[in-house]
Design a protein around this ligand. Structure first.
Ligand SMILES: [Mg+2]
Ligand SMILES: [Zn+2]
Length: 219
């Protein structure tokens, strides 16, 4: 079993980037959002433009990041996965700097992360997207499906997510935990998924899955 987990809206309760933009960027970030939603920009282009609109020094940015909450049970779930030797990575179309700062605050700075890369230079912000892939249906800065495809395969690939950037990768997982837009999407295409509210739900379901797998292996 390999576990892949989205970050924004999945591990965090709200979208970190949207929260930062609401607090620290001028209102024109919403125009870029409209351009993305109406198809004039890709998700990747939209996000590069939005990040460049952040108008705050790094201490202010850090203070806003330090106000963000993560979902119930995530730290325990990470410990559970380590104890059972199930590799867990975060695959996010968010921003590495934001993710690492939030995780470190919860003692979780060791989790591998695939995401966009923020370059900070004298309170100017620039987003690099080394994991984008032309042709990915998500149009995101991070092509989640090709990242999963490049990892070692496992009998069970678990994906936990909530949003549009998770659509492409959810096709590659054989155990999908979904909420919000990803749950709607999976329902529409008839893909089985497990709904979750927080990580206690995820851990409970995966424990049961491993127990059932052990029983059928012995039987
Ligand atoms: Mg998300
Ligand atoms: Zn993709």
């Amino acid at each position: 079993m390999r576990i892949y987990c989205d970050f924004d809206g999945t591990i965090t309760k709200t979208d970190t980037t949207d929260h930062i933009l609401e607090r620290l960027a001028g209102p024109s970030w919403l125009d870029l959002e409209d351009d993305w939603l109406s198809g004039r920009l890709t998700a990747a282009q939209c996000m590069r433009g939005q990040i460049a609109l952040i108008d705050a020094d790094q201490a202010t940015l850090d203070a806003v990041l330090d106000s963000l909450e993560i979902r119930e049970g995530f730290a325990d779930f990470v410990a559970w996965a380590a104890e059972h030797h199930r590799p867990l990575s975060i695959i996010s179309d968010g921003v590495d700097y934001f993710i690492k700062r939030i995780l470190r605050r919860h003692g979780l700075g060791h989790i591998p992360i695939f995401s966009n890369h923020l370059v900070i230079n004298a309170a100017r912000y620039h987003l690099e997207q080394p994991l984008a892939r032309a042709g990915c249906a998500s149009g995101s800065g991070v092509c989640k499906c090709s990242i999963v495809a490049a990892q070692p395969t496992a009998p069970t690939t678990v994906f936990i997510g909530d949003g549009r950037s998770d659509f492409c990768v959810s096709h590659r997982a054989n155990l999908v935990f979904a909420r919000d837009k990803l749950a709607t999407y999976a329902t529409e295409r008839g893909q089985a998924f497990i709904p979750f509210n927080d990580f206690r739900d995820v851990q409970r379901a995966l424990s049961t899955h491993l127990m059932n797998a052990a029983v059928s292996a012995n039987g």
